[in-house]
Design a binder for this molecule. Structure first.
Ligand code: ZN
Length: 222
């Protein structure tokens, strides 16, 4: 399938399942001019960046990494802590206003480069746990972006109404590089299999009958 010759989007890429498939979908429809991987002090950044580099190389999309140091002065949430184990409930991993901030950074990049879209990987599974992963949040953000970018930038998420299982299905169909993703809260090289994110990821691939794609990313059980 021929890709658009005049790319129109900036994609926020964490290296996880949802942002990888959302970016792959947008790349085919609109073209992604640039992916952004943001280092906001999360312990998982090294692994996320390494995954993002592989994914962007596979899709021939330029990757920029952005450093955001505002969270260094806040000690909120297990994702920012280097000490805590990656065990806990979803909201233990909440990072204050993270998606709101990252989307606005990406919207600034998009507006500055004259690109009309920002792409993110929302999904209904995480929408149940996190209010900033929902269609409602996307609509509210677009109302604000109409003012803050003079109506030049719109947030889109082609995965927002899909379950993670459906995202795996579509990712496979489109040839998204699913074997390269990183979705664990531990920050270790291999997925821990026990954090909430790993559990969601493993279930999605299991439900899609596609475990073999990510088996090598998980610690083997002793
Ligand atoms: Zn994990």
């Amino acid at each position: 399938m021929a890709l658009p010759t005049d790319p129109k989007a900036v994609a926020l890429l964490s290296g996880g399942l949802d942002s990888t498939v959302a970016m792959t979908m947008a790349h085919r429809e609109l073209g992604v001019a640039e992916a952004l991987c943001v280092n906001y002090g999360q312990r998982t950044f090294k692994q996320e960046l390494s995954a993002a580099e592989g994914i962007c190389a596979a899709l021939s999309i330029p990757l920029e990494s952005i450093k955001l140091d505002i969270y260094e002065r806040l000690s909120a949430g297990k994702l920012l802590s280097l000490k805590d184990k990656a065990l806990g409930e979803d909201l233990d991993f909440w990072v204050p206003n993270r998606n709101g901030l990252l989307i606005n950074i990406a919207a600034a990049v998009a507006e500055g480069r004259g690109l009309p879209y920002v792409v993110v990987g929302f999904n209904i599974d995480e929408g149940e746990a996190f209010p900033d992963n929902t269609v409602e949040f996307m609509e509210a953000t677009n109302r604000a972006l109409a003012y803050s970018t003079l109506g030049r930038v719109k947030l889109i998420s082609p995965t927002a109404t899909l379950s993670k299982k459906e995202i795996v299905d579509i990712g496979r169909r489109l040839g998204a590089p699913l074997e390269l993703i990183y979705s664990c809260y531990s920050g270790e090289e291999l997925h821990c299999a026990v954090c909430p994110s790993c559990k969601r990821l493993a279930k999605a691939f299991l439900d899609a009958g596609a475990q073999e794609i990510i088996q090598h990313k998980f610690k083997s059980k002793e």
